[in-house]
Design a protein around this ligand. Structure first.
Ligand code: GMT
Length: 377
């Protein structure tokens, strides 16, 4: 199949999912065309069957806002015709489903029928899309997609609750490529560079937005380090990073916290991590938690959104109410203070993550593409 994928190219769950999905489909012989405004951060362009088409938005002084949707839909029309694309898959409803719908309409005028699948990822529904300024357009573009998928049951329920949706939504969970040697002592894991033998390593990875409750991460760690010798690895960039750095200084723990910035070597950091913190306000799925689990790292998270579908209470970690720092710190300490328990949770995390192996999820997307194409012929 020839598949066009539209996504955000930055560090963020939806872009990562779209990139990994496209890369895996390419390995299976499908021709994948990424269409977005810059090269997706995790995309290895040199792979066979992978193409990247950049959307340019020319600056014009009259425009206060540059019309990205217009440029994207025009680019889609051109690329679909040039490469005889069979199906369009847009990730994150805003504005991709809207631009995709416009492209579909323009192509239909020329007698080309392009099926479009929209995957809902989270904040496009729960935070941004739900804003009255966007809601009518988001509702319209979801209802006018040929197929709609969401990354968790919780997000599906939220979509029906918050929007007037007539379409059936199929849940296709996010996935991960399982690293076989995740807790293999012989793998090149540079733990000793980060902590001493007796210290535990706690990690948080995100785009440091308000929704991630970065202050809670720092406060939970502050409590943990009172009784457990430990270090905190903070991976990512975003608006809340400075506040977090200031809080670490105020609490006098700056010498125990390492801020990495964005990284393409998440697995190298996770390989020496003992615990992952994700106390988010809302999380449709929590791909970062799954990435941690796939490297054998247990998770302390909030119980919001789709997190309970990924992190299993008392098995792969613990879940607490949003903002309950006391409970999260206690749970973290209970795992970290008992080595046998920690090892068991690490193994459980690995086992649970394997259910989300890309090998199990990819065929579901492939079937959906085939179905969409067949119906449109
Ligand atoms: O919020 C983010 O971290 C980015 C956002 C995105 O769309 O890029 O993430 C959402 O999609 C991810 C992939 O499906 C999910 O794993 C995240 O849980 C979800 N974020 C939220 O719901 C806040």
């Amino acid at each position: 199949m020839k598949i066009a994928i539209v996504c955000y190219p930055t560090f963020g769950g939806s872009g990562v999912v779209a990139t990994e999905l496209g890369s895996e489909l390419a390995k299976r012989g499908h021709e994948i065309h990424f269409i977005t405004y810059s090269q997706p951060v995790r995309l290895a362009l040199l792979n066979k069957n992978i193409f990247y088409h950049e959307v340019h938005v020319p600056e014009y002084p009259l425009f206060h806002y540059q019309p990205y949707e217009l440029a994207l839909s025009s680019k889609l029309v051109d690329m679909v015709k040039l490469h005889s694309i069979d199906v369009l898959h847009v990730h994150y409803a805003i504005p991709h489903a809207y631009a995709g719908y416009m492209a579909k309409q323009m192509l239909a005028e020329e007698g080309i029928n392009l099926p479009m699948i929209t995957t809902l990822h989270g904040t496009d529904i729960t935070l941004v899309g739900n804003h009255p300024f966007y809601k009518p357009a988001v509702t319209f573009s979801i209802n006018n997609s040929d197929y709609v998928t969401s990354v968790s049951e919780s997000l599906k329920d939220d979509t029906y609750r918050l929007f007037d949706i007539k379409k059936e939504i199929q849940v296709i969970p996010n996935f991960i490529e399982i690293t076989k040697d995740a807790i293999d002592e012989t793998s090149p894991c540079h733990r000793s560079l980060m902590a001493t033998e007796d210290e535990k390593i706690i990690t948080h990875i995100s785009n440091f937005r308000k929704v991630k409750r970065i202050d809670d991460v720092v406060k939970i760690f502050f409590e943990i380090q009172k009784t457990i010798p430990s270090k905190l690895m903070m991976v990512g960039e975003g608006p809340e990073k400075e506040t977090a750095e200031r809080l670490c200084e105020e609490l006098g723990i700056m010498n125990k916290v390492i801020f990495f910035g964005n990284s393409n070597e998440i697995d190298k950091i996770l390989c020496y991590s003992d615990l992952f913190l994700l106390p988010s306000e809302t999380e449709s799925f929590g791909l970062a938690a799954l990435e941690a689990m796939s490297c054998g790292v247990p998770v302390i998270s909030s119980n919001s959104g789709g997190l309970p579908e990924v992190n299993r209470e008392g098995v792969t970690g613990y879940l607490s109410n949003v903002g309950d720092i006391e409970s999260m710190s206690k749970n973290a300490t209970s795992i970290l203070s008992n080595n046998a328990k920690l090892l068991q949770f690490k193994q459980n995390a690995l086992n649970e993550a394997s259910k989300f192996d890309i090998k199990n999820i990819l065929p579901i997307y492939e079937d959906l593409y085939f179905k969409a194409i067949k119906e449109k012929v």
